[in-house]
Design a protein around this ligand. Structure first.
Ligand code: PLP
Ligand code: SF4
Length: 460
């Protein structure tokens, strides 16, 4: 017979477990940077608040040349750092675009350890060789594209690449195969915001009744004009089987000013969301904060305006070594997002992208961080950590691998609802592997053997 648990009689003396008062540091997510922080940057020292909040000023003063970027911070950072970054840009196949807002949030007295600097400015001295298994367009987005700029990989949803520009260019971008101006080393795929190209995509979506959910990305919806947001949004809403849409933009993280002062754009977005709601269709904004320092009092105000207008926002971060790969940072980010009304949705394992090996980390790191973030706040504000499986397997929960060898750094994933019967491999950065794993990767003849071992252990 099962013993019933003994319930103690509650008496006056019963000791109640009272949670001790919270340590104020657990509420640090509410301490948002406020004031005229941009005046720390010599180039912006005379800029008043109204000017700094003007999105036109932010756009006009966005820096697109390496020399200008380095000149803007020359008196703040050491000569050694400036020379290192100059060399970093020389060897990195990336376009430069940094908003004044982002530039002002970097701690230029410690640029090497600054999490925002690391996302936009490469340094030659920290560069690591690429993993031998790394390829351009590692997600195979082009392979799953029935028409240029539309990836239809999952049964009921598709990714619409509406344009090829962004308010900033991130070093770690997965879409470097298309986004930004051409670099010497890469011939980019053209994804211009042209009505003709869009029409082919609309027709494809309309012809596929299974498509209910469209991600509008790029590039970045921040760079669409108000009229384009309306045209695109309404055209999709008019397709009967499209029930859900998300505009994807890094804008709220890198240029929140637009939400406060670009009334046309703001109204266009809210208009599409409201029209969608009246049709029982769900239109949302997806954004991309990577570090709690990106969320300031300006962000709070800007997102508050969106929230009040009934626009819901979700966040997708990229896990980056030295930027946000710690339990403390990720917990703070989740809570700070929640504080400003943004739901943390995904944290991506860094894709296998060229030239940014120093920013990637291991699957084990992602698993460990997720374990700690989960439970620290509401479940609906807890991001899922995912690997976008190289080769087009789609997003897989990071701990759902069939096999993971921490010595070789190889993890094996399957995606039964996306590409049944196939296996997808992710490779941890070699410099973080134990010595034995590093040795095997140093020997080219071992590469296939390591992969074969992993596949066999995964049961193929
Ligand atoms: C991420 C992605 C989507 C959306 O996936 P969710 O998991 O629903 O956020 C759709 N299509 C492609 C190709 C994607 O990469
Ligand atoms: S804003 Fe997004 S699409 Fe544009 S460069 Fe950054 S990560 Fe890539």
């Amino acid at each position: 017979m099962t013993q019933l648990p003994v319930v103690p009689n509650e008496t006056e003396e019963t000791e109640r477990k009272v949670r001790p008062p919270a340590d104020p540091s657990t509420m640090a997510h509410r301490d948002l940077l406020d004031g005229e922080f941009w005046r720390r940057i010599p180039a912006f020292k005379d800029v008043d608040e109204a000017t700094f909040l003007d999105h036109r000023w932010q756009m006009k003063n966005t820096i697109t040349k390496t020399s200008k970027l380095l000149a803007a911070v020359e008196s703040l950072a050491s000569d050694e750092f400036i020379a290192d970054a100059d060399k970093g840009f020389e060897i990195a196949p990336m376009a430069v675009r940094v908003s004044p807002y982002m530039l002002s949030l970097v701690d230029w007295s410690n640029p090497y350890s600054d999490p925002i600097r690391a996302q936009f400015l490469p340094t030659a001295s920290t560069r690591l060789p690429d993993h031998p298994k790394l390829t351009f367009d590692s997600l195979g987005e082009q392979g799953d594209a029935p028409v240029p700029g539309l990836t239809h990989r999952y049964p009921d949803k598709a990714l619409f690449l509406a344009l090829d520009t962004c308010p900033v260019y991130c070093r770690f971008c997965t879409r470097s195969y298309a986004v930004g101006p051409d670099q010497d080393m890469v011939d980019k795929v053209s994804l211009k915001a042209s009505p003709k190209r869009w029409e082919v995509i609309f027709e494809y979506i309309a012809s596929r009744p299974e498509l209910e959910d469209i991600v509008i990305s790029g590039g970045d919806a921040w760079n669409l004009r108000a009229a384009q947001i309306e045209a695109l949004g309404n055209r999709l809403l008019d397709i009967p089987h499209v029930r859900r849409m998300r505009f994807a933009s890094k804008g709220p993280a890198v240029m929140p000013q637009k939400l406060l002062t670009d009334d046309d754009w703001f109204k266009a977005l809210v208009g599409v969301v409201e029209r969608g709601r009246s049709m029982q269709k769900d239109v949302m904004l997806h954004t991309h904060f990577n570090h709690p320092n990106e969320i300031t009092a300006i962000t709070e105000k800007a997102l508050g305006r969106l929230f009040s207008a009934g626009v819901h926002v979700r966040n997708q971060s990229v896990l980056q070594r030295g930027v946000n790969d710690s339990i403390e940072t990720m917990t703070l980010l989740a809570r700070r997002c929640a504080w400003v009304g943004v739901h943390p949705y995904y944290v991506y394992q860094h894709d296998m992208v060229k030239g940014v090996e120093e920013l990637r980390t291991t699957v084990f790191t992602a698993e460990t961080i997720e374990k700690h973030v989960r439970g620290s706040t509401a479940g609906f504000n807890t991001p899922t950590f995912v690997v976008d499986a190289p080769g087009g397997g789609g997003k897989r929960s990071v701990h759902s691998y069939e096999h993971y060898d921490r010595t070789t750094g190889i993890s094996v994933y399957t995606a039964p609802s996306v590409k049944p019967g196939q296996h997808f491999l992710y490779f941890d950065p070699i410099d973080l592997l134990p010595e034995e794993g590093q040795k095997r990767w140093a020997d080219e003849s071992e590469h296939q053997a390591m992969i074969d071992e992993a596949l066999k252990a995964a049961g193929t």
